[in-house]
Design a protein around this ligand. Structure first.
Ligand code: NAD
Length: 486
C-alpha cells in the first residue's frame, strides 16, 4: 500500500490528530492503515486555510493559469495511475479492472473536462431601453461561490469526489473534502498530486473522520463554509440540508435510489441481459444508478429470468486483484450485515430465490472478508421492503408487467427518482418512457453511459440540483448582473 497513515491535508501540509481509527480491506479484513479523525479545531483550521487561499493566491490566477494547473492535476493522476488503482481496490474491494477502466480515468477526466468547459462558458447580456429614451446594457458575471464543503460516499471514492472538486476548482472555489471513513486513501493520494502539480496551499484540503459528531458534521455546520455538495444516503442528505439552513447556505445533494430496469417484449434479450447484468452486479451492486428492480413484459418474462440466471452464474466472485474476477466483496462487514438482512427478509416475504441468496464460498485467505452472493429473486409483493428500499448490494427482484402504462406506474412507485434503464426496439416506446419516468436520467438500451457535459442529478428524494457541464456552474458560482447605463 502506498499510504498506511491517512492524515489530514490542510494548507498544503499533513496534519495529525490524536484520535485515529482503522481502515480495513473489505476483501480479507486486513488492516490497511490508521486514519486520523478531525476534531472541530482541525476542521476550523481547514476552513480558514481554504478562505485564505480563496482570497489570496487562487483568486490571483487567470482562468488560463487555473485551468492549466487542473490539467496538471489530471496528468498527475494518470502518472500515478497504478498507485491510485491499488489504493482504490484495497479500500473498496472492487475488481482491479473496474478501477483501471472506470474509477481512476474518470477521476482524471473530471479535472480535464471542467477545466476546458470553464474557458468556453458564454455570459448572457441584454441591451434595454431606459424610461428616458436611453439605453443600458446588462451583463452577467460569475464569481466563485467561495469555500465549498465536499462530503463523499465510499462506492466510487475518487470518481465521485473529483466530480465535485473538478468543477469547484475550475470555477475558482476552494474546497474541503471529507471522504467517507471507509475510503480515505485516494483523497489523501490526490493531496500529494495537488502539491506536485503546484496547486496553491489551501485550495484543496482534506479532513478525515466520520459523519455525525465528527468531521462530517463539523464541516457541514461550520459557518465559514459557503456551500455544501454531498453524495450519499437520502437520510444523511436531510441532516446536511438542516445544517445548511443555518446561514442559508446552498446545497447540492446526490442521494439514494431504487432504480428500475424495464424490459419490453420487443427488446434484444441478449443485450438487455448484459446491460442490466452490469446495472445490477457491477461494483457489487453499490452504484447509486444501479438497478435493484427489473420489470419484464410478460411474453419475455420466463426467458429473461432464465437468461439473467445464466448471467449471474457466470459472475466470478473472488480476489479483486486476480484477473478474471468480476465481483469483489461489499464495502464492509457492517454493510454485508445490512445486505444479508434483506436476503433474509426476501425469504420471509415469500421470494423465489432464482440465484444466490447467501454468502459465497471464497478461498481461505478471503474468509474474513465482506462477501455476499449475487442474488436474484422473483415472486415478491411490490410492498416488500426488499422491493421498496435501497439495499445497495448485488441483488435484484424481477417482476412481470403487461402494459406500458403498468410499467410506468410500477417504476415510478418509489420515493426515489434517480435513474432508469429501458430496453426496447421501438423508438416510440423509448421516447414515451423517457418522458414518463420520474428520474434524473433515463437510459434507453444502455446503462451508465453519459456525456460529462450533461446535467446529472436526482428527482424526488434522490437529490436536489444538477451538476455536470454548465449545470455545475449553477452551484459552484454566484451569478451577478451588472447594469451599465450607456
Ligand atoms: P452516507 O450518507 O452514509 O455517507 C456519505 C458521507 O456522509 C460520508 O462521508 C459520511 O461520513 C458522511 N456523513 C454521514 N453522516 C453525516 C452527518 N450527519 N453530517 C455530515 N456528514 C455525514 O452514504 P454512503 O453509505 O457512504 O454511500 C452510499 C449512499 O450514497 C447510497 O445511498 C447511494 O445511493 C448514495 N449515492 C448516491 C449517488 C448519486 O449520485 N445520487 C452516488 C453515489 C452514492
Amino acid at each position: 500500500m502506498p499510504v498506511s497513515e491517512f492524515r489530514h491535508f490542510i494548507n498544503g501540509e499533513w496534519v495529525s490528530s490524536e484520535r485515529t481509527f482503522e481502515n480495513r480491506n473489505p476483501a480479507d479484513n486486513s488492516l490497511i492503515g490508521r486514519v486520523h479523525e478531525a476534531d472541530k479545531a482541525t476542521v476550523d483550521a481547514a476552513v480558514k486555510a481554504a478562505r485564505a487561499a480563496l482570497q489570496g493566491p487562487w483568486s490571483q490566477l487567470t482562468v488560463a493559469q487555473r485551468t492549466a494547473l487542473l490539467h496538471k492535476v489530471a496528468d498527475g493522476i494518470e502518472r500515478r495511475n497504478d498507485e491510485f488503482v491499488a489504493a482504490e481496490v484495497a479500500d473498496t474491494g472492487k475488481p482491479h479492472h473496474l478501477a483501471v477502466h472506470l474509477d481512476i480515468p474518470r477521476g482524471a477526466a473530471n479535472f480535464k473536462v471542467f477545466a476546458d468547459l470553464i474557458k468556453n462558458v458564454p455570459a448572457e447580456s441584454f441591451v434595454m431601453d431606459t424610461p428616458d429614451g436611453g439605453k443600458a446594457v446588462n451583463y452577467a458575471v460569475r464569481t466563485p461561490r467561495g469555500v465549498i464543503g465536499v462530503v463523499c460516499p465510499w462506492n466510487l471514492p475518487l470518481l465521485l469526489m473529483t466530480w465535485k472538486v473538478g468543477p469547484a476548482l475550475a470555477c475558482g472555489n476552494t474546497v474541503i473534502v471529507k471522504p467517507s471513513e471507509e475510503t480515505p486513501a485516494t483523497a489523501t493520494l490526490l493531496a500529494e498530486v495537488m502539491n506536485e502539480a503546484g496547486i496553491p496551499p489551501g485550495v484543496y484540503n482534506v479532513v478525515h473522520g466520520f459523519g455525525g459528531d465528527s468531521a462530517g458534521e463539523f464541516l457541514t455546520s461550520h459557518p465559514g463554509v459557503d456551500g455544501i455538495t454531498f453524495t450519499g444516503e437520502t437520510g444523511t442528505g436531510e441532516v446536511i440540508m438542516k445544517a445548511a439552513a443555518n446561514g442559508i447556505r446552498p446545497v447540492s445533494l446526490e442521494l439514494g435510489g431504487k432504480n428500475a430496469g424495464i424490459v419490453f417484449a420487443d427488446a434484444d434479450l441478449e443485450k438487455a441481459v448484459k446491460g442490466l447484468g452490469r446495472a445490477v452486479f457491477e461494483n457489487s451492486g453499490q452504484v447509486c444508478l444501479g438497478t435493484e428492480r427489473i420489470y419484464v413484459q410478460r411474453p419475455l418474462f420466463d426467458r429473461f429470468v432464465a437468461a439473467f440466471k445464466v448471467h449471474a452464474q457466470g459472475i466470478k466472485v473472488g480476489d479483486p486483484n486476480e484477473s478474471g474476477t468480476t465481483m469483489g466483496p461489499v464495502i464492509s462487514l457492517g454493510h454485508r450485515e445490512k445486505v444479508l438482512s434483506y436476503y433474509r427478509q426476501a425469504q420471509k416475504d415469500g421470494a423465489t430465490v432464482v440465484h444466490g441468496g447467501g454468502v459465497p464460498d471464497v478461498p481461505v485467505h478471503l474468509a474474513e472478508g465482506a462477501w455476499v452472493e449475487p442474488t436474484i429473486w422473483t415472486g415478491l409483493p411490490e410492498t416488500s421492503s426488499v422491493v421498496q428500499e435501497e439495499i445497495f448490494g448485488p441483488c435484484c427482484h424481477i417482476a412481470p408487467f403487461d402494459t406500458e402504462e403498468e410499467a410506468v406506474v410500477l417504476a415510478n412507485n418509489t420515493p426515489y427518482g434517480l435513474a432508469s434503464s429501458v430496453w426496447t426496439s421501438d423508438l416510440q416506446t423509448a421516447h414515451r418512457m423517457g418522458a414518463a419516468l420520474e428520474v434524473g436520467i433515463c437510459w434507453i438500451n444502455s446503462w451508465f453511459l453519459r456525456d460529462l457535459r450533461t446535467a446529472f442529478g436526482g428527482s424526488k428524494q434522490s437529490g436536489i440540483g444538477r451538476e455536470g457541464g454548465v449545470h455545475s456552474l449553477e452551484f459552484y458560482t454566484e451569478l451577478r448582473n451588472v447594469c451599465v447605463r450607456l
